[in-house]
Write a protein that binds this ligand. Structure first.
Ligand code: PAF
Length: 301
């Protein structure tokens, strides 16, 4: 398949290399105007690195793509789609994968006719240099249609599963998106404000806080129609903390490198939905405020 990927960060780079290994033609759309990019890739438990060269920033290649795959951060999705919009075929499927929620409505407005698929992944990757991608943990990927036209492209899940298993189709993609949101609400703000690896959250001093975060998320999720027990969310969060113990979360990295974070699409989205249902979420609100404060500090510098 011909695939245009936008957002070759850690997760985008991981998928680019894995899809290329399967023989797909990956074309990358990047912020600079490079004609090609070399990525060095280190697979899970691999001693050797592999080198991939990707063709980039070719408008005709976007138009000819069988699928557009957007892996930029949530707050970059709108600009990414505005930039690519003139070249995307009107019936080309667009897959969107990012932490957090809240971009769906804007995507529908910008691409009213395209099949839209949302995806969420617990695969772990990090970039140890601008062009060095490391796969650091296996995790589930879910894909599902965001509009009726998206359902006609459910076969894409097989393409992605071949490249990086396990990847499954979900009839209601909002459910796994909420599950992942719960994990991000628990892990990301805490690891960012405490400047620690995910594994540190397993220490007893974080126990009550994690329980309270999960309780608030479970209440909002249930009001949204996704009945879940706080204890189940807590178990999932603990599982991810353990599986990614040595990782620095994406928000930790963003704060550390003084970049904008996805807090408004993670905790901010939870707070917005809580407001709709008139549910108090004081612990998450405090975490949201802490991260906004940290962002503000380096924006003022
Ligand atoms: O944002 C992240 O870093 C990841 O989604 C997760 C699962 C929290 C692991 O670090």
């Amino acid at each position: 398949m011909k695939i245009t990927l936008l957002g070759a960060g850690a997760i985008g780079g991981l998928w680019s290399c894995q899809l290329a290994k399967q023989g797909h033609h990956l074309h990358l759309w990047t912020r600079d105007n490079a004609k090609k990019i070399n990525l060095t890739f280190k697979g899970l438990n691999q001693a050797e690195t592999e080198r991939f060269t990707f063709h980039c920033n070719d408008k005709a290649a976007v138009t000819e793509s069988d699928c557009i795959f957007i892996t930029v951060k949530a707050f970059q999705v709108e600009q990414a789609l505005r930039d690519l919009h003139p070249y995307i075929g009107s019936t080309t499927p667009v897959i969107i994968m990012h932490n957090g929620m809240g971009t769906q409505q804007m995507v529908h407005q910008l691409l009213p006719n395209n099949p839209i698929i949302y995806a969420t992944t617990s695969q772990a990757a990090f970039k140890s240099g601008p062009r060095q991608v490391n796969h650091t943990g296996i995790g589930q990927t879910w894909m599902g249609a965001e509009n009726n036209a998206g359902n006609n492209f459910a076969f894409l899940v097989e393409v992605f599963n071949q490249a990086l298993a396990p990847c499954q189709w979900h009839q209601d993609i909002s459910q796994p998106l909420w599950q992942k949101l719960a994990i991000n609400c628990a892990i990301n703000p805490l690891t960012a404000s405490h400047q620690c690896q995910n594994g540190k959250l397993a220490r007893p001093e974080f126990n009550d806080l994690l329980t309270q975060i999960c309780q608030e998320v479970a209440t909002v999720m249930s009001a949204e129609g996704y009945r879940v027990k706080a204890s189940e969310l807590r178990q999932q969060v603990d599982g991810v903390i353990k599986a990614t113990a040595t990782n620095f979360s994406s928000m930790n990295q963003d704060i550390c490198q003084q970049r904008p974070t996805e807090i408004d699409y993670i905790t901010g989205y939870l707070i917005a939905r809580a407001k709709v249902h008139d549910i108090p979420v004081p612990v998450n609100t405090q975490l949201w405020q802490q991260i906004k404060q940290l962002e503000q500090e380096y924006n003022d510098e």
